[in-house]
Design a protein around this ligand. Structure first.
Ligand SMILES: [Mn+2]
Length: 312
């Protein structure tokens, strides 16, 4: 598949790279890391990264603003996005050829060429692998490209903590660090916590409930978000905060938004993307998300998780 992707890249003069809505470091890292590889390797091609910019990731890269015309005879590559509804900027459909590069379960196999590797810790890791494959065929990785790919790996592995971290991840990470980008500045950009978010994490640690089955739940209503002056996006980013607490097997955040309640699910073993799928969502076996429309439904989600955690 890497060979076919490289062939497609070589064929096109214009390449537009997309990623998912509500981007995380891996979305930016894979999208912009790939852009940097392609810019350095093919200086004559026009390479663009599109999608709504995320302020907290502006230290990584800036998005391009492109007209619809750019998509004419363009190759479109979508990184880190399992299903089409989650692709940021609908114009991904306007290109000539569409490529999907992802590490989530391939439930929506969109695109003309698909490279999906669910064993990869991150799509950024896959982009590095793509560079390794193409190294002898003209692909070039710059220090800036290495920084972006490394940021994506660090983000999606929770700083090499999540079970998706494997020997390949560490090997690639050490090779990337060799490029000599400024590590402390990168970590500061990724992990400096805003004061209001720090206060909210205190609230979360105080207020979560834990059932006998090992299911922890946190309710972040509009009132709570307002009290701490945080956005639903800020709140969702704290979902890892319960990962190391004794007795918790699966946990769920309910974050109230304008028109829905976002469900953030995490697990230390039981496969929770099944539960996510039941509530209009999806994701990885141990990290998934969904959307519900009432607090009544939230109770059902907790009930389903409890079922899942009950030894059969
Ligand atoms: Mn990812």
């Amino acid at each position: 598949m890497k060979e076919q992707i490289l062939e497609a890249i070589e064929r096109f003069d214009t390449i537009v790279i997309h990623r998912h809505v509500r981007p995380d470091p891996d979305a930016y890292g894979s999208q912009c890391g790939l852009a940097e590889v392609l810019k350095a390797s093919y200086p004559k091609k026009e390479i663009f990264v599109v999608g709504k910019g995320e302020e907290s990731l502006a230290h990584l890269y800036n998005m391009d603003v492109v007209t619809d015309e750019v998509y004419q005879d363009a190759l479109v590559i979508v990184c880190d996005t399992a299903n089409q509804e989650r692709i940021c900027d609908e114009r991904y459909k306007l290109g000539s050829v569409l490529i999907k590069i992802d590490h989530h379960p391939n439930e929506d196999p969109y695109g003309d060429l698909l490279w999906v590797d669910t064993t990869a810790s991150s799509v950024s890791e896959m982009i590095y692998e793509f560079y390794l494959y193409g190294k002898t065929k003209g692909l070039v990785l710059t220090q800036e490209g290495a920084r972006l790919i490394y940021a994506g790996i660090v983000g999606d592995t929770g700083r090499f903590l999540f079970p998706s971290t494997n020997t390949r991840t560490f090997k690639y990470a050490s090779e990337l660090v060799e490029f000599g980008f400024d590590l402390p500045t990168l970590y500061n950009g990724l992990y400096t916590t805003k004061l209001n978010v720090a206060h909210l994490s205190g609230y979360i640690l105080q207020s979560f409930t834990l059932s006998d089955q090992g299911v922890a739940s946190v309710f972040l209503t509009k009132d709570v978000l307002q009290k701490f002056d945080v956005t639903p996006t800020d709140a969702s980013q704290l979902v890892g905060a319960l990962g190391h607490i004794e007795g918790i097997i699966t946990w769920v955040f309910f974050v109230e938004e304008e028109d829905q309640i976002r469900v953030r699910l995490r697990s230390k073993g039981p496969t929770i993307n099944i539960v996510a799928a039941k509530y209009r969502g999806g994701g990885h076996p141990l990290a998934a998300g969904a959307s519900i429309y009432s607090w009544e439904e939230a109770k059902q989600v907790i009930h389903d998780l409890e079922e899942l955690c009950t030894p059969k």
